[in-house]
Design a binder for this molecule. Structure first.
Ligand code: AMP
Length: 607
């Protein structure tokens, strides 16, 4: 596909905020992609590798400024000034290319493959002369580009495409692109290869090129949802829409996971848990007997071993192998398999007290780039394993929890304070479960996980295969004292809010929140909050504002931590806005600092 045709789609995507409209445009693009499907699926997300791949383009703003300068003949200083003004290198490139008096002699048509290949090459350059080679690769593209093409090349290089294509929209776009036509009653009969669907199970007879006649609208919707589900499931295993699209193209929507295999080195979305109401509720959710395990307060880690290299991925599929490299020889030695994927929690521990430490104590290690070796000694961590998803070339995710746990126990050669299995208890009484729960809290854990012994591993899903029980902390009523405006399309609305508690006439900050607030159709939306807060703005600096403390919101959170960042000395972990409280509460009625302290102490006693 020609690159100018491709960027036309990007322009259309940028031009609408409506999700259905975006889905339609994506479906059309995917249908027209032909053999460039892989490149197009990546580039429409503004990437050239899947997000979890450690290869990065590694172009700083400074280098792109140089590339724009060298391809337009404008001085780097001038380019930089324009960037400071516009805040978007794409727009800067667009303007300068537009103003370029005459096209250079070397100008030629760009196609998607050429752009993709040049960008991909950026990541593989190493050693002497890398910088100038990188600039040359980007300026080569910019020299051939028209202004709109230049805009998107630069935005892709800086990893800010700004066209608003979310994961779910791309998934739906793939479904729409390959959806077998559902034929209305009237023209039924004109077509060959029509599969009549009376119930969902009939779909198992669907061949790739068949049409579908669904019995009624309800069933047609179910068929559609089923396909969305298949594509999402495939994605949860490979985390790469290019692989998903290729697979759907090859096998059709119905068999979209036929050739999909787990692959050590390529992370899968971890299975998630839902919250149980109480012990009885937990049994209702997962059946009896159930597998109860300590819920460890570290961070989720998938260890992959392909026979050669070990890779470690977080819950968000970030590759943290380098930050935790001291764990690599441990799994190589103590996981007895030629290849494997294990699911675990990395957790800090206190050798003297023989207790795990809270997540907070090791969180600093996740993003660390320097002094990795030193912190691995000052902040020691260990692995607590709870699942195995792959062993010796075979996927285990379709085996039951019971089978997987049993394979796991045979595979892990435990070593204290290095690699251990989560403590477990198979139980069928609430009494026993409660004792196990209390014991777990006493050991400093977060609570317990209760697992259905008969369920398979469902990547990326929050299903009743696993449920969690942990002490709930009461919500706080906090005052909004500041905020930040969003990016791009959302630049006119506030997207995050600074929260404060009350202490003797002062408002002391204890966190920042941007979750729990909906885009639309909810009592608390970004728009309604922006409207409510705008008259209360007292100071504005760039995107950040101070707000007169008046509006109170009810906030839920996972935990309260000590924090030097906020002047209250405390920070909420994972806060979510539950509802507005401004009708019931004035700012001075907000939760007091003393109350925040009290909950902080209470939560410590539970450890
Ligand atoms: P939550 O983050 O509260 O939704 O709880 C789910 C998280 O608990 C998982 O993503 C894991 O990081 C963590 N976890 C700790 N212990 C276990 C365990 N035994 N089984 C599964 N997940 C666990």
């Amino acid at each position: 596909m020609r690159y100018d045709i491709f960027v036309d789609y990007l322009e259309r995507l940028e031009g609408t905020t409506k999700r259905l409209e975006k889905t339609k445009i994506l479906a059309e693009l995917i249908q027209k992609a032909g053999e460039d499907i892989t490149e197009i699926i990546y580039l429409v997300q503004g990437i050239v590798f899947p997000q979890w791949d450690e290869r990065k383009l590694g172009m700083s703003f400074r280098l792109i400024i140089k590339a724009i300068a060298s391809s337009t003949g404008i001085s780097p200083d001038k380019v930089e000034k324009s960037f400071t003004k516009k805040g978007d290198l794409g727009l800067v490139a667009e303007e300068f290319i537009k103003n370029k008096k005459q096209k250079t002699l070397f100008s030629k048509d760009l196609n998607v493959k050429k752009v993709f290949d040049n960008l991909k090459k950026l990541s593989s350059l190493e050693g002497h002369g890398t910088v100038s080679k990188k600039i040359a690769l980007v300026s080569e593209l910019l020299t051939s580009a028209n202004p709109i093409e230049a805009k998107y090349i630069c935005r892709t290089v800086v990893d800010q495409l700004r066209i608003g294509v979310a994961e779910g929209t791309l998934r739906d776009g793939i479904v729409w692109a390959y959806f077998p036509r559902i034929i209305g009653i009237n023209d039924f009969g004109k077509h060959k290869n029509v599969l009549e669907v009376k119930k969902l199970e009939d779909l198992k007879n669907l061949k790739k090129y068949d049409f579908i006649k669904a019995e009624n609208d309800k069933l047609a919707r179910e068929v559609y949802n089923h396909f969305v589900d298949v594509v999402q499931k495939t994605y949860n295993i490979v985390n790469d829409f290019a692989v998903v699209a290729e697979e759907v193209k090859k096998n059709g929507l119905n068999a979209a996971n036929k050739d999909i295999k787990l692959n050590p080195g390529r992370p899968l979305n971890p299975m998630l848990a839902i919250k149980a109401k109480d012990f009885d509720g937990a049994f209702k959710d997962v059946g009896m007997p159930a597998l109860a395990e300590y819920k460890i307060d570290g961070f989720r880690a998938q260890f992959h071993f392909d026979g050669k290299d070990v890779k470690i991925f977080t819950r968000r599929l970030e590759n943290v192998s380098n930050q935790f490299k001291e764990l690599i020889p441990i799994v190589k030695e103590h996981v007895k398999a030629k290849s494997f994927i294990i699911d675990s929690e990395i957790v800090g521990y206190d050798i003297k007290k023989d207790k795990f430490l809270s997540f907070q104590s090791i969180s600093q290690r996740i993003k660390r780039k320097y002094d990795i070796e030193k912190t691995s000694k000052t902040v020691p961590v260990m692995i607590v394993v709870f699942d195995i998803l792959y062993k010796n070339g075979e996927s285990l995710i379709d085996k039951t929890q019971e089978e997987r746990r049993s394979i796991l126990e045979k595979t892990i050669d435990e070593k204290k304070h290095k690699i251990e299995l989560t403590k477990k208890k198979i139980t069928n009484t609430t009494k026993e479960m409660e004792i196990f729960y209390k014991e777990s809290l006493k050991k400093g854990n977060e609570g317990i996980m209760i697992k259905n012994l008969k369920k398979i591993y469902t990547p990326g899903r929050r299903v009743a295969g696993w449920v969690k029980i942990k002490p709930g902390l009461e919500p706080l009523d906090l005052v909004i004292v500041g905020g930040t405006y969003g990016e791009g399309k959302r630049a006119n609305a506030l997207s995050s809010f600074r929260l404060a508690c009350y202490d003797e006439g002062k408002f002391l900050e204890c966190g920042m929140v941007g979750t729990g607030i909906k885009e639309k159709d909810n009592e608390v939306t970004f728009e309604s909050l922006t409207k409510l807060l705008t008259p209360l703005i007292t100071k504005k600096k760039g995107k950040t504002i101070d707000i007169k403390p008046e509006i109170v919101v009810e906030v839920e959170y996972e935990e309260i931590q000590r924090s030097p960042t906020y002047n209250s000395g405390y920070a909420l972990r994972f806060p979510r806005v539950k509802q507005l409280r401004n009708m019931e509460k004035a700012a001075k009625d907000a939760s007091s600092l003393d109350y925040v302290k009290k909950i902080f102490m209470k939560q410590r006693q539970q450890r």
